[in-house]
Design a protein around this ligand. Structure first.
Ligand code: SF4
Length: 335
């Protein structure tokens, strides 16, 4: 679990307005068929998702691949168009922003992707990569070299890296360069999309420690997207579990990991490798995720759920508050 910090115990200075508020967000992609490309249906990648991220907080977003978490991150960044719902950044609606406002917002919301080699321009040296955003926003004061060296210093790299090229570095170093680039504009929120998934376990730990240190230093908020519950549990204050376009459970990390309520969350946690082999549990992951183009009727998880009841096949569950969790499951519905 993430250790408590002084700032955790000092809420007095925190603004009441969440940094990010996502309200019933939908991102659907049309399925075009036939000679006239008529819309035959929709892939409901994100389908009615709501959550908040507070200042200086990390929200972990977990789920198997194909559950919609990357599309959700891309929609928050304005890289996909929202089909419905709202996204408020510091109280201001993002979907209603014009291009100029959106560009200004990009300063405050940055991203670190999984594969730094493909997200770092191979034709740019490290100095140009990490100062590119500063140059775009006219924020380079003094020498570009000094800016780059200072940013690289923040992520534990030396000045000697500034004239080198992305392919000359290891995966962990490239990810540090990506983080330095994200930091350059002094953002409030960084979306880490599987940011440590491609790294060895020891390098993962170093990059996670770096992210936690930077959060302390700059009061950053993170949306930490990962398929790996064990990684998320080391970073996040709260965890949201996503399945087939919906958030099925959300709560404090300690509660979600220690006492998962939703059968899908239990499956994800049961799949986490432990020393000496995998956990033996009735909640092993089974079956494949159905297509988001035709999600199952009733509860979307019912074809895979070990606790399925008759009502689950017909009636979609709604969100219930239970033991500090918000959970979408008929097992916890109010009577
Ligand atoms: Fe399982 Fe029913 Fe809960 Fe869905 S609503 S997770 S099928 S018990």
């Amino acid at each position: 679990m993430k250790p408590e910090t002084d700032s955790d115990n000092n809420d007095a200075g925190k603004s009441e307005t969440p940094l990010l508020e996502v309200i019933d967000l939908k991102t659907w992609f049309p399925i075009k068929r036939g000679l006239f490309s008529l819309t035959a249906g929709h892939v409901r990648a994100v389908d009615g998702v709501s959550f908040v991220i507070r200042r200086n907080e990390t929200l972990g977003l977990v789920g198997e691949s194909g559950c919609g978490k990357t599309t959700l991150g891309r929609t928050l960044l304005g890289l996909e168009r929202a089909t419905g719902g709202d996204i408020l950044f510091d109280g201001i609606s993002i979907p209603g922003m014009n291009r100029r406002q959106m560009n200004r917002l990009r300063r405050h919301m940055q991203v670190v992707f999984q594969d730094p080699l493909s997200s770092l321009n191979p034709r740019m040296n490290v100095m140009d990569i990490v100062t590119e955003g500063l140059a775009q926003f006219g924020m380079v004061e003094g020498s570009k070299q000094d800016h780059a060296a200072q940013l690289l210093g923040e992520v534990g790299m030396g000045r000697d890296a500034i004239y080198r090229w992305p392919h000359e570095f290891s995966g962990g170093q490239r990810q540090r360069i990506s983080i330095a680039r994200a930091l350059s504009l002094k953002p409030d929120l960084i979306i880490c999309d599987e940011a440590v998934s491609a790294l060895d376990v020891s390098v993962q730990a170093q990059v996670i420690n770096l992210l936690l240190q930077l959060q302390k230093d700059y009061r950053l908020s993170y949306l930490f997207i990962s398929h790996d519950v064990s990684v998320v549990s080391n970073v996040a204050d709260r965890v949201a579990v996503m399945y087939l376009g919906e958030i099925v459970e959300i709560g404090n990390t300690v509660d979600i990991v220690g006492n998962p309520l939703h059968p899908y969350t239990r499956m994800l946690i049961a799949a986490v490798p432990v020393a000496g082999g995998k956990r033996i549990s009735e909640h092993v992951v089974r079956g494949e995720t159905p297509s988001p183009a035709s999600p199952p009727e009733g509860c979307r998880f019912h074809p895979r759920c070990p606790d399925v009841m008759t009502s689950c096949r017909k009636i979609p569950p709604t969100v219930t508050e239970k033991e500090g969790h918000q959970v979408m499951c008929h097992l916890y519905r109010r009577t």
